[in-house]
Ligand binder design. Sequence first.
Ligand code: BTN
Length: 274
Amino acid sequence: MLIRKNNVIVPEKILNGLQTDFMGQKIHYFTKVASTNDIAKKFAVKGAKEGTVIIAETQSRGKGRFGRRWASPKGGIYFSIILRPKVSPQDALKLTFMAAVAVAKAIKKMFILSAEVKWPNDVLINGKKVCGILTEMSTRDDVVDFVVVGIGINANVNVDLFPEDLRSAVTSLKEEMAEEVDLELFLRVLLEELEHYYMVFMRREFDIILKEWRSLTKLLGAYVEVVSFDEKFEGLAIDVDSSGALIVKLRDGTLKKVVSGDVTYRSNEQSFSY
Ligand code: BTN
């Protein structure tokens, strides 16, 4: 009998009944690492198979976008998946959308919570961030060698453990459900969703993922502030195009294509970015 102790994830409990062909069929579990993405890259360089997962109980240097830190207290889910899609580096970046849709779908399936996605890599519940995704890749001659999709989910985490300046913008599954959630069961459902949407991606049907993404976001039609490279501007978020870029309509009617950056809702003056 496998007993949970102190929110420790037991890989055998994920594998038991996991209905995937390759996603998560090989799991490397660590109690503490600097960053699961960095460990995944090392495994990938050594030839680890597609779908291999690296999970850690905590991370001492969890990485967020733009070199930010990802707070990784115990009770959260921190994992990275190794993928080997035969696509261009440009297309591989779309895997962030694939993962965001899979996470939101898994949350909705398991908890009947209204998870939403926010451009480019966030999943929110009730407007607060519950998950972040960091996609990194290695290329050779402009061809993808491997991609590491790193997913951090505030699962059984007390929001009080987050740095004070983040607390109002962050939530956890435990907080939203008012009880601890079954980490392995959730991961199993999530890995199944990830395999499903990855296969859609590999069939070159990114339009299907985008359609799902649009149906899961409240961003389109909202007034937003964008910080992209050295620029800061406001406008109406119109759409996400086939490359994954956010299209924002400025006050003067000009359309701006945003390929990288942070987006904050302006309509209710609440900041969801961190
Ligand atoms: C973000 O929102 O800025 C992305 C956060 C991604 C965090 C996850 S946790 C697992 C994986 N390992 C890391 O070091 N980062 C990602």
